[in-house]
Design a protein around this ligand. Sequence first.
Ligand code: FES
Length: 94
Amino acid sequence: MANIIKIIEGFSFIPRSELNLLEALESQKVNVDYQCREGFCGSCQVQLLEGEVEYTSEPIAFIPEGRILPCCCHAKSDLTIEIPGGCHLKKTEQ
Ligand code: FES
């Protein structure tokens, strides 16, 4: 069954199952910092408030308690996350 991703102070969406969490957020034009996209740098960290994720590859970066690395995990259940600095959407070209 499809999981729902809820961003606190943002919105909710249902990600395509083949996308990792970072790709799913990007598909919704949500701004998330990232560098390596492979679990090395830790720059993509978001707070996991509710739910469970599954890592597709074991992250190398240190992950503080309660945080996850969206670049290398998938939603295993409905998730509620908080993006550092708030939920901001990328501006689209007109
Ligand atoms: S972008 Fe480097 S750990 Fe996610």
